[in-house]
Structures are given as structure tokens and as C-alpha cells.
Design a protein around this ligand. Sequence first.
Ligand code: 5GP
Length: 211
Amino acid sequence: MKNKGILVVVSGFSGAGKGTLMKRLVSSYDGYALSVSMTTRPMRPDEEEGVSYFFVDRETFEKTIEAGGLVEYACYCGNYYGTPKAWVTEQLERGRDVILEIEIQGALKVREQFPDVLLLFVMPPTLEELKRRLAMRGTESAETIGRRLHRAAQEAEGIEQYDYIVVNDDLEECTAQMHALIQAAHQRPACRAEFIEEMREELKKLAKGEV
Ligand code: 5GP
């Protein structure tokens, strides 16, 4: 029997290296599907429509909310970001583990709808490293970087609500650790409910001498 995939939320401060980490996870291991969010934020030069995000205007975003087309959405530094529902549901049904790279408000909303979601929080090894990565990206103004650091300080208050933190020091090690955590999550009783139920039924029959 094929198990359903599990939903994994990955959050972390802007500049913590989530994007690189996610790409490495998906290219190193089978069975993962990376959700592409919808956003009203302008596209960065290194981004691609439908790959990095679905870039839309506010009106389209608000219509999608009204139509119930999003699992969750949030406003982050003045722009909307949201997770398209249909694709996520389909991938889970197919048995793939779906990764949502989203911020904390969205993460907590996902947990209300999917109590078995695995919540991971990516941390940079040091704050110096975070500042360096943000500046190196070179795609944002000093003002935007400032807003993102301010937001990081707010997000840091909610880290305890996550299941695990992963420290993104060495990319390979961090990718392997994240994969191991997701594999372990597959063995939680809630994710093996059908297997457990089958075993219980068989056990009852065995106890009654029926088999
Ligand atoms: P960025 O502009 O750097 O691509 O993303 C800004 C923040 O929005 C990041 O923390 C990212 O994880 C988050 N984000 C991206 N997509 C979504 C989404 O669909 N929903 C929510 N709630 N946050 C998202």
C-alpha cells in the first residue's frame, strides 16, 4: 500500500540559505516536490516565472484567495505570498513529500489544516553570516535588507513552535540532516495509520484463532 506523502514546511530568516538548501534536497533525493508559491513581489533578475514563483498582481492574488485556491497566504514586507492548494493536494495523494518554503505566519496556518505537518526552521550559523549572505545576494536595496532583518527579529520569537531547527553551516551536511528528519517523520504513528490499523485487525483475528 502506498503511503500518502507528508507536508514539510521550511521557514527561516531571509538570507539563511533556504532556497539553495531546498534545491539541493530535491536534486539529491527522490520523492520530493517543491511547491511554487504565488506572490505579488516583483521578480528578481535571477528568477523565473513558474519556477521561483507565480508572479501576479494584487487583484489576481485576491481573487485566488476568494476562490479558495490557497492553502495559506501571508503578507511579508508589503507583499502577498501564498501556497496554491490544488497542486499540493495532488502531489500528496501521489505519495510525494511536498516542501513549502514559507514564512512563520503561513507555517502556523498550515498546521491548523494539516496537524501532521513537519515544521523545520533553518538557522544561519551566525548573525554575521546572515548579514553577509543578504548583502552578497545584491538583489535588494539597503532599505529592503533592513526590513527583512527586522522581520527576522520578529520571526525569531516563534522558533519554538517548530519541530526542529537545522543549522545551515555546511550545505551537504544540512541537506542530509533535513532528509533524515523528513524520513523519520514518515515513521510517526499518524503517518502510518493504515499500516497500524491493518496490523491491529490481523492481530485481533490471530488472537481469536481465525488465522
Ligand atoms: P522572498 O521574497 O525572499 O522570496 O520570500 C520572502 C518570505 O516569504 C520568505 O520567508 C519565504 O519563505 C516566504 N514565502 C514564500 N512563499 C510563501 C508562501 O506561499 N506563503 C507564505 N506564507 N510565505 C511564503
